[in-house]
Design a protein around this ligand. Structure first.
Ligand code: C2E
Ligand code: MG
Ligand code: MG
Length: 580
């Protein structure tokens, strides 16, 4: 039955007898909306402008028969239910009609109730058919949408609505196939400098806004046949399928750098971020998409290491270095947690007595897969990634704990710990270091921090302030690698330091280069007039040692006495010295 919300069912009554039509209409109205047709042909005509829930059709109507009409109606409207009106003499045809697709039949002359029951049943069937079809359509639509979404997800980035790396690689491969002679393809690998820091500070939403804005800016700087894609994080790819020259690529890279460094408005504030770009060309820099991407990434890394806001073209050789550094960097991040670091100690020897007066703590990284990696390689990396801060604090704490143990065993040793440039630049260095040393129970009097000239010369004014703060804590300061950097002897007077460490490169030649010998002599003399203690590092031969003894150098360090060694070996050196 028709409910309030549903429209009334419409029924088409087809019969060549006007009386029959009228009778049926009278029975069915007003609960149903009825229309009539005098022939099968007329019924089809009416169906062209709209379908019906139910058709009640006579079988024999002069022209087209009701049975011929059935398949044609169903072709136009499969959900329409057909009920045949059959005279007594045509009961067989009624059965034929049902075989052809009619739902039911009503025998003439009509019994009113019988007609009503048949119509209700037929309409119920119609509703079932309609619901089933709606459901099927709905399912189909769902499947279609899902497929579309999945397609979208596998080729596009949802955040920026840009192609993703997969689609980018696909287009790059296609561009390689389609490339014309005398043309080249340029691939720009773009990354936002320091983006992660910005996102950590401003939050995820702001980070996303910046990425979206950056994507739009990239798009607006390139022509239509250029693919701009977002890879992952803050990395984007730009594919220029046809560039006439490297200059053209450079010009676009320059434009992109300029566009990306304009301020970003997010969360009510202005954010400034620059970008780095690495560029590779097909065919010169790689045979396929993978090689081109790898090489552009290597060039990107070089741009980032150059300080950002730069673009770099790929050059051979970038890769192996860059890759190794990349791998090291990611390993370095977890090395501290994996306890792969170990402090080694190299004795410092008193020139006058020949006894161990202290030790320099030198870090060693025993990487699980590759073995030992030199601090000269990973300390700069730790610096550039900022990892040096937690690493440096671990170094200080670990070596002070060890120093305290030796003090407790009765050895009055001084402890030298290297401080890197970046560590030294921390404004609250003295505070942080004293907290750490305090916790270990090591006496600050015995601690000296080795700082290089370049760390100090970076910002001498601030450096002097920091050095004074450290010295107020009782900590001594060594100027490490003296002679390799600015070597400004005159400046030395103004620095609040206690110890001068003459670099190995000077010591190397003192016995066969008179200039170097004279210079070392001058340095030692000057240092002594400034009340500085002098330590010579990298002594490998007896001759070198004898030379330094003659000049009254205070202490020395070098393989001639011992290499840097693990704690247990150092302890053995101490014991051996006591018994000798
Ligand atoms: P540095 O502070 O000037 O340390 C002296 C370096 O010379 C050490 O190299 C030491 O092993 C080496 N050496 C000592 N005597 C001799 C010798 O007679 N002959 C030769 N050929 N070499 C000698 P190492 O341990 O590889 O460290 C290299 C540099 O890495 C250090 O130079 C220092 O700048 C840095 N470094 C090492 N450990 C640490 C650390 O714990 N913290 C920081 N910030 N830097 C460190
Ligand atoms: Mg040192
Ligand atoms: Mg040194």
């Amino acid at each position: 039955m028709a409910s309030n919300t549903e429209p009334k069912p419409n029924i088409l009554v087809v019969d060549d007898e006007p009386l029959v039509r009228d009778l049926i209409v009278q029975i069915l109205e007003p609960e149903h909306v009825c229309q009539t047709a005098g022939s099968g042909e007329e019924a089809l005509e009416i169906f062209k402008s709209g379908t019906f829930d139910l058709v009640m059709s006579d079988i024999n109507m002069g022209g087209m028969t009701g049975i011929e009409l059935i398949p044609q109606l169903l072709a136009l409207s499969p959900d329409t239910v057909i009920v045949m009106l059959s005279g007594n003499q045509t009961i067989d045809s009624a059965i034929d009609a049902i075989r052809s697709g009619a739902f039911d039949y009503v025998k003439k002359p009509f019994d009113i109730d019988h007609v009503k029951v048949a119509v209700d049943r037929a309409l119920e069937h119609h509703n079932l058919l309609r619901d089933k079809r709606l459901y099927e359509n709905h399912l189909e639509e769902l499947v279609r949408k899902r497929t579309e979404e999945l397609n979208y997800l596998s080729y596009y980035d949802l955040l920026t609505r840009l192609p993703n790396r997969t689609l980018f690689e696909d287009r790059l491969s296609q561009a390689i196939l389609l490339m014309q002679e005398n043309q080249q393809i340029a691939l720009l690998f773009v990354s936002l400098d320091g983006f992660k820091k910005v996102r950590d500070t401003l939050g995820h939403d702001s980070g996303n806004e910046i990425l979206q804005a950056a994507g739009k800016r990239l798009l607006s700087e390139v022509s239509e046949n250029t693919t701009v894609a977002r890879f992952e994080g803050d990395e984007f790819g730009v594919l220029l399928p046809q560039v006439a020259s490297t200059e053209e690529a450079a010009e676009i890279a320059n434009r992109i750098n300029n566009a990306l460094k304009k301020p970003y408005n997010t969360g009510g504030s202005e954010v400034f971020i620059t970008a780095s770009i690495g560029i590779s060309f097909y065919p010169d820099d790689g045979k396929d998409a993978q090689a081109l991407l790898k090489n552009a990434a290597a060039a990107l890394l070089t741009a980032q290491e150059g300080g950002g806001d730069l673009y770099y073209f790929y050059t051979t050789g970038m890769n192996s270095d860059a890759l190794r550094r990349l791998a090291l960097e990611s390993n370095l991040r977890s090395a501290l947690a994996r306890r792969e670091f170990e402090m080694y100690y190299q004795p410092k020897v008193d020139v006058a007595t020949g006894k161990i007066s202290g030790m320099e703590a030198l870090i060693r990284w025993n990487q699980s897969h590759t073995g030992f990696i030199s601090p000269s390689e990973f300390i700069p990396l730790a610096e550039s990634t900022g990892l040096i801060i937690p690493l440096g604090e671990w170094i200080l704490s670990d070596s002070c704990l060890q120093g305290k143990k030796w003090h407790d065993e009765g050895y009055d040793l001084s402890l030298s710990v290297n401080i890197s440039v970046r560590q030294f630049q921390q404004p609250d260095l003295a505070e942080r270091l004293s907290a750490i040393v305090h916790e270990t129970g090591f006496d600050c009097k015995f601690l000296d921090l080795e700082i290089t000239e370049s760390a100090i010369m970076n910002d001498p004014e601030v450096a002097v302030r920091t050095l004074n703060e450290l010295r107020q804590l009782g900590i001594k300061i060594s100027l490490d690698d003296f002679g390799t950097g600015y070597s400004s002897l005159s400046y030395l007077k103004r620095l609040p330091i206690d110890i001068l460490k003459i670099d190995k490169s000077f010591v190397d030649d003192v016995t066969n280069n008179t200039d170097d010998a004279a210079l070392v002599e001058a340095i030692i003399t000057l240092a002594h007039t400034l009340n500085l203690k002098v330590v010579a590092e990298g002594i490998e031969t007896k001759e070198q040692l004898e030379f330094l003894q003659r000049l009254n150098c205070d202490e020395w360090q070098g393989y001639l006495f011992s290499k840097p060694v693990p704690v247990a070996d150092f302890a053995r050196l101490l014991v051996a010295q006591q018994t000798s």
